[in-house]
Design a protein around this ligand. Sequence first.
Ligand code: AP5
Length: 216
Amino acid sequence: MKLVFLGPPGIGKGTYARAVSKRYNIPHISTGDIFREEIKKNTELGRRIKGYVERGELVPDDIVIEVVKQRLRQPDCRKGFILDGFPRTIRQAEALDEIARVDLALNFVAPDEVIIERISGRRICTRCGAIYHIKFMPPKYVGVCDNCGGPLILRKDDRPEVVRHRLEIYREKFAPILDYYRRRKLLVDIDASEQAPQVIPKIIKVLETYFHSEET
Ligand code: AP5
């Protein structure tokens, strides 16, 4: 099951990918998570990309493609993977085609006001990366991760002025990616305007239908 999760910032790609990864036991590969981890550890890669990520700009293609290439070579990706946040440019999509054959690209769709409310209430665990929402998915104790007890923070790129910039970049760059997968008949739109417990079963249904019909 080789999947690509597409859609605007804050629509819930990471939330859904974590659920699908758990259900099918395939790795969830989020380029955003990888970059945030490198920045946190202050590695050479982290120092190179920090400015782009914190300003909400795209990291240069060569860097992102190399990171994904290395990750997809790991043995846990043999039976499948979920790519979250990649590809974001046609060059990245073409590079991905050379590395792996994507089975399906799921495109999550919701109105802007829904997305902005999700981003502004998001909190992430600095220790394990778990995702919460102060209203829709609150932790048991304010500011503390249910999984590992780590502190919850607002991401630097979730400040309102950076969110606006990320949404502009998304609108400017994303249509060609959707067309790329639509032309290959791999694109499935999923309405993500409902709460996550309603969206996740819709994703599972699409996957069961697609992969069941592949087997028969
Ligand atoms: P990345 O981390 O990929 O950010 P993004 O695509 O902007 O997506 P987000 O992580 O903001 O949102 P999400 O859709 O995963 O939503 P989430 O599940 O958290 O990238 C960050 C940066 O890294 C980029 O700006 C760029 O600089 C760089 N980068 C990464 N990949 C790159 C690439 N390929 N090329 C170049 N640069 C790259 O959910 C959001 C909130 O809503 C949460 O609080 C959640 O609890 C809540 N929520 C989720 N679903 C629902 C629901 N259905 N109902 C109610 N609440 C919900």
